[in-house]
Design a protein around this ligand. Structure first.
Ligand SMILES: [Zn+2]
Length: 239
């Protein structure tokens, strides 16, 4: 029997090396504290960022991975600003899905005004499906994840989430994992060009957003999850 040493419970796929932290960092911190095996795949190195070099961003990603308790974090090396749901790019993603064999994949929700986020949604979704096809040969066994859920990194543009995860108690870890990307976010000592996400307003909005979703379910902090179609429930939530 083949053993899969790298199998994970959850593979979270982002376009840039901070999307996952922003969208579901609290959930991942919570799951890893429960002993679940979690991996992140960043599709690009974020080389188009106004701030931070790819090397700096790699080091920051590793730091964030340690904070979240991940068992692996990989980068597909696809072009920042050039993500597209093409056969070539799907073929770059499939080997990671077959290697990690996740029970659940989390990736970006649509609509999103960032073209890479929008592309990553379809690229991640279609790569999960095609990864199950034997005749797409990567030298690995085919594997199709059972479930895909989606998150927004910051602009909650979709109509309504199917659920909100209670991340109370894990918000400090989420914030620390985001702050690990220190070239990207608010830093009063950084004199380089400001960006949308490096403003004090954006930094503060991270907690406002978590509190907003938390209030919707009567807890301190929450993260919204989306799905394509209904989600299967094995029992009545709340029992
Ligand atoms: Zn992004």
């Amino acid at each position: 029997m083949t053993t899969h040493h790298e199998s994970v419970d959850v593979l979270a796929i982002g376009a840039h090396p901070d999307d996952v932290e922003l969208g579901c960092g609290g959930l991942l911190a919570k799951l890893s504290s429960e002993g679940k095996r979690i991996a992140i795949l960043d599709l690009t190195r974020g080389e188009l960022s106004t701030r931070g070099t790819p090397d700096e961003r790699h080091a920051e990603s590793e730091h964030a991975a340690a904070i979240l308790g991940l068992c692996a974090r990989e980068n597909a090396g696809l072009p920042d600003g050039g993500l597209s749901n093409t056969p070539e790019q799907r073929l770059a993603v499939i080997p990671f899905i077959r290697r990690f064999r996740p029970k659940v994949v989390l990736t970006l929700m649509t609509p999103d005004r960032h073209p890479d986020h929008e592309a990553a949604h379809y690229l991640g979704r279609d790569a999960c499906f095609l990864s199950g096809l034997m005749r797409i040969d990567t030298g690995q066994e085919p594997f199709r994840p059972e479930r895909i859920y989606y998150f927004h990194p910051y602009l909650d543009a979709a109509a309504s989430p199917f659920g909100i995860v209670d991340i109370s108690g894990f918000f400090p870890k989420k914030l620390a994992s985001i702050g690990a990307h220190k070239t990207q976010f608010y830093n009063p000592d950084d004199r380089s060009a400001g960006t949308y996400i490096s403003s004090l307003e954006f930094w503060e909005s991270i907690e406002h957003r978590a509190r907003f979703w938390g209030r919707r379910i009567g807890v301190c902090h929450g993260e919204a999850l989306y799905s394509e179609g209904p989600v299967s429930l094995s029992t009545l939530p709340g029992l």
